[in-house]
Design a protein around this ligand. Sequence first.
Ligand SMILES: *[C@@H]1O[C@H](CO)[C@@H](O)[C@H](O)[C@H]1NC(C)=O
Ligand SMILES: *[C@@H]1O[C@H](CO)[C@@H](O)[C@H](O)[C@H]1NC(C)=O
Ligand SMILES: *[C@@H]1O[C@H](CO)[C@@H](O)[C@H](O)[C@H]1NC(C)=O
Ligand SMILES: *[C@@H]1O[C@H](CO)[C@@H](O)[C@H](O)[C@H]1NC(C)=O
Ligand SMILES: *[C@@H]1O[C@H](CO)[C@@H](O)[C@H](O)[C@H]1NC(C)=O
Ligand SMILES: *[C@@H]1O[C@H](CO)[C@@H](O)[C@H](O)[C@H]1NC(C)=O
Ligand SMILES: *[C@@H]1O[C@H](CO)[C@@H](O)[C@H](O)[C@H]1NC(C)=O
Ligand SMILES: *[C@@H]1O[C@H](CO)[C@@H](O)[C@H](O)[C@H]1NC(C)=O
Length: 603
Amino acid sequence: MMTSLPFSAMLFAFLAVQLVLALVSSLATDALRSAVQNVDDCPSCLGLLASFQALAIAGDDVFITSFTSLCIGLGAADPDVCTGIIAREGPILAHDLRQINTTGQTAEKLCDALLGMCVTHPVNPFAVPFPKPPPAHPKAFMSRGRAPVRVVHISDVHIDRMYTMGAEANCTKSICCRDFVDSPVTPTVPAGPNGNGHCDSPVTLADSMLREVEKLDPEFSIFTGDVVEGAVWLVDQDEVTMDLAAFNAEMAAKLSAPVFPSLGNHDSAPVNAFARTTSNAANNSQFVYDTQSAGWEQWIKATAASEVRHMSGSYSAKVPGMDLRIIAVNTQFWYKQNFWLYDSDIFQPDPNGVIAFMVDALQAAEDAGDRAWIIGHIPLGKEDTLVDQSNYYDQVLQRYKNTVAGQFFGHSHKDQFEIAYSDYRNQTAENAVSVALIGPALTPTSGNPAFKVYEIDPDTFEVMDASVFFTNISDPTFQISPTWGLFYSARKTYGPLVGLPAKEPLSPAFWHNLTEVFERNNTAFQMFNTFLSRNGAVTACEDDCVNTTICDMRAFRSENNCDTPAPGFSLKRRANRVPSPDSDECEGTGLSHLLSRMVLSVL
Ligand SMILES: *[C@@H]1O[C@H](CO)[C@@H](O)[C@H](O)[C@H]1NC(C)=O
Ligand SMILES: *[C@@H]1O[C@H](CO)[C@@H](O)[C@H](O)[C@H]1NC(C)=O
Ligand SMILES: *[C@@H]1O[C@H](CO)[C@@H](O)[C@H](O)[C@H]1NC(C)=O
Ligand SMILES: *[C@@H]1O[C@H](CO)[C@@H](O)[C@H](O)[C@H]1NC(C)=O
Ligand SMILES: *[C@@H]1O[C@H](CO)[C@@H](O)[C@H](O)[C@H]1NC(C)=O
Ligand SMILES: *[C@@H]1O[C@H](CO)[C@@H](O)[C@H](O)[C@H]1NC(C)=O
Ligand SMILES: *[C@@H]1O[C@H](CO)[C@@H](O)[C@H](O)[C@H]1NC(C)=O
Ligand SMILES: *[C@@H]1O[C@H](CO)[C@@H](O)[C@H](O)[C@H]1NC(C)=O
């Protein structure tokens, strides 16, 4: 039919459609502008979602065009950033809004994710099913005092393969040191060869770290995710696939011991986007699972590699020669900024069955008399994890506390820890059941590049010491050749403050007692505060901030942290980019950051 129309008629029809689209978009942009202007609490945020919903129903094109023009008009970010982010993440948000009631719980959660509003609703009760009750006589794992084995923990490498030496390092985007469309011809601050605090890691920096890790001769390494750089407005599936494969190849070439990796929220395209199986979406990140299944098989072996492919990126693998299993979980199904989680009003306690997978893997470990380490990207205690799944994960931990000998995460870019308690209303050393150790980042955007080195008891698989190794980006020799060295050892630095007896592990009780030291000894707390960024990007923390930071150390369940913002507060904090030392800076310039800046610009 169409082919029989004369060309001019087709052109006319095309132009008419474009004109209508432009008109609708411009009306829609005005409507959106007034909705944005009115946002200052939960009901007005839901009102904004209703305006967005009307646009979404008009179609993805109208939605994206209007949202983008308002983003640019309000100066929320550079035009290329507004355009790129909304083109990538916008269709997911539009898809959500077409499926949900804008006054329901899902909409409230979406407001929480987008603007830090409507955050007050409680955990949806759900009892995680377990195949067996806890054993009456749990196996005792006894240290025989053998020499510890060494394990290296790397995280958040964020390698920018388009890092360009000499490019502008002082730009208005979340990362610099690249030739962007709007980069100046003559840079004011040219990027050096080995990295810059405003930029993600050049390949040279990652290579230098891997060589240092190899020198330390670990038994094995763990990697807690985020390979891909932070120019999220440009990242696409091809880049993610290449970035993941390239880093797998580099680890394989430079490290002789196995690596047990896990997926980060940046390791997909668009950023944070991991679709639920129930979304029935073609865009379900299977390309990520396939890439990592193939890339990781050399270390985790065939069964686990098949799990990566079929279990949305999670796996359980035995460490060669040890009674230890590594259970890697895809934490992005519990991450507020994964906008695929909001496309239904039907509440799902366990998206993609990740929690059920953990239960099965832990039951298998318990049955075999093995111990297990859980590794993942996003630690569950912060405000960026949904309270529901954080609570259910904690139930799993309580059930298998005798099996879980360690938990390791990344994401915050900071050297931190979070403690789980059998009774969160009675937080004592006795009640501390597990501790999550959080690895610092390689990327220099949040402080000096670093990784952690653990000394592990080979019988209990408990951590005897945790040391941070770093390279100093401010040192004059850094641009010539990064020099790595010990920053501090937790046992040597914190042990005497806590009164840790020789031969005792850095147990959950030890970390709890350390939080008590921090409460009464501000000098010790301030030292911890400088350690967060390896003394590379220290944020002052006094008074209420100390209290909040210690409270957050005692919260492996996100419902127990002290981050819960008053309406509007988180908005200002997020948009002004003055995070407290404990908050999550890692989301960068995603959709929620843009929207926060849009609302703030008209407040
Ligand atoms: C899914 O991918 C297709 C093709 O790349 C794209 O057109 C569509 O907008 C995407 N849908 C969502 C919800 O992101
Ligand atoms: C949306 O949910 C509210 C209650 O939260 C209900 O009163 C209303 O009827 C629902 N709307 C639709 C279209 O289902
Ligand atoms: C970075 O750029 C800003 C303006 O964009 C300017 O005010 C500042 O002085 C620059 N910093 C350096 C070190 O050149
Ligand atoms: C708190 O836990 C301790 C064990 O550490 C226990 O002795 C005490 O009775 C508990 N207190 C309350 C109020 O539950
Ligand atoms: C890094 O180097 C700078 C410049 O030499 C120095 O002032 C700073 O104290 C060093 N930082 C650390 C953590 O060693
Ligand atoms: C923690 O402190 C309690 C109470 O002071 C003490 O009984 C316990 O031995 C300490 N545990 C560790 C591991 O330091
Ligand atoms: C407080 O901590 C500092 C180390 O940061 C230590 O030197 C000092 O002895 C501690 N004070 C007390 C009273 O334990
Ligand atoms: C924080 O402050 C509150 C209220 O002042 C107090 O109840 C709580 O014990 C403090 N927590 C810590 C860890 O200092």
